[in-house]
Structure formats: C-alpha cells, structure tokens
Design a protein around this ligand. Sequence first.
Ligand SMILES: Nc1ncnc2c1ncn2[C@@H]1O[C@H](COP(=O)(O)OP(=O)(O)O)[C@@H](O)[C@H]1O
Ligand SMILES: [Mg+2]
Length: 252
Amino acid sequence: MSGRPALSLRNLSKTFRNGGGSLEVLAEVDLDVAEGELVCLLGKSGCGKSTLLRLVAGFLSPDSGSVEVGGGQIAGPGPDRCVVFQEDALFPWLTVRENVAFGVMRTMPRKVRDAEVRRCLEKVGLEPFGGSLPREISGGMKQRVALARVLILRPKVLLMDEPFGALDALTRGEMQGLFLSLMRDTRGTSLFVTHDVEEAVTLADRLLVMGSSPGRIRADIPVPLPRPRVRSDDGFVRLCREVRELLGAETA
Ligand SMILES: Nc1ncnc2c1ncn2[C@@H]1O[C@H](COP(=O)(O)OP(=O)(O)O)[C@@H](O)[C@H]1O
Ligand SMILES: [Mg+2]
C-alpha cells in the first residue's frame, strides 16, 4: 500500500462510566486503513465494534488516542465519514428522493442536487421508487436508500455497522453484491462491522478479529481469495473456519 492511510486510529481507548461503575470497552486500538481498502471488523456481541465505529464517526470522544482521516485529526462528526446502521434511519415523512437529498439540501444547488439524487438512486437500483415513502418499500430497499443517502455525500470513509444484519439471507446476498460493486465504482474506503463470518470473508480485503474486555484487535488477516468469492471454494471454507476458531477462542 502506498501513500497516507485513509483512516488511522492511534492508541484509541474508551471507558464508559455510569453510576458507580466503569466499563473499559476499548484499549489501545491501533489501525490503519489504506485508501480503497475494505476492512471487515468481526467480534462477538458487546466487544465494542459499534463503539469503535462511533468514535471514528465522531459521535463519541475517546479517553485517549486519536482518529485521523486523510491525515487530519477529526474533531467531531463530518460528511467525510458516513455511517450506515442496521436499522434504517430514514425520515418516515420524506419520500425516498427527499431522504437522499436531505444531507445536501444546504450545500448543493437545486439542479445539481436533482441530478445527483437521480444518479445515486440509479446506482442502488431505486430510480422508479423516488416518490415512495419509506413505509411503502421493503427492508432491503430501505437499506438501498440508506446507501444512496451516503453515496451522495462522497465520504472519504464509509462506516457500516451491521448494515445487512436485519435482512433475509437472499436480500442480504444481493446487498453484499451491490455494496461490492459500489465500492469498486467509487474506489471507496470502508470499515465494515459484521458478526457474520461468511459476510466478512465475502466482502473484505482484510479481516480484523476483535477480542473483548477490553476490546482489542486480536488478529489482522489479509484475504487473498480471488473475486468474485465463491462460498463453496476450499479457500473460502478454510478461512471461515480459521476465523470462527479465532472468535471461539475469544471469551468475554
Ligand atoms: N453509551 C454507553 N454507556 C455505557 N455503556 C455502553 C454505552 N455504549 C455501549 N456500552 C457498552 O459497551 C460495550 C460494547 O458495546 P458495543 O460497542 O455496542 O458492542 P458491539 O457493537 O460489539 O456489540 C457493551 O457492554 C455495551 O453495553
Ligand atoms: Mg454493535
């Protein structure tokens, strides 16, 4: 990998304090993600994956350490880092088109914005549904809107927090394919959280396995498998088994 990393975490630590107690969730996490790299972060429930993503998004502040994007230290949330959550966070009273336009209402002139909304809806295959309300479309389509809504912002780093976790297996597979093609088109950089080992091995250039209490990155594994990945291939099955063993070895 050449050049400056798109995302750097340096010595990141976070402890939650409530009432009399405290919970050390992350300790001294160091990570570099290269430009154009798709890194999947795996770990058991409660190990601190969402906390890590929220620190990178700037929704939380670390107790120590820093987050750098494109070489500059972050000081809060910004459009250079967008998050897609498991549960859609669409505005129920706005149409699909208006939801996608929302983040650029103040920054993009009307004409450019209309064209950009159309471009992003086309990319996720939802152009015919621009006038629909969120309640009129399926869960998979809502996650497509969530993707279009971040694509329009052209973030430097796309933060994905189990974005397909609530979808049925078939829709989930389609969304994984769509996400990979979007990443290829935009040469995007992404930190993608999942607890689905097959999903991680399907998507990732590199896998990070997180341990818990406190959360640390226990293993950093490049995925040398050719694309498109085939789940029945020996290499795929072997890597999934290896990752599962690593996860199994992690007890809270
Ligand atoms: N705002 C908060 N205050 C106190 N504890 C929290 C807060 N957010 C998360 N936690 C706790 O931190 C731990 C890690 O949570 P989280 O990052 O959501 O894990 P994961 O996404 O890996 O399931 C959990 O034990 C959770 O209960
Ligand atoms: Mg989580």
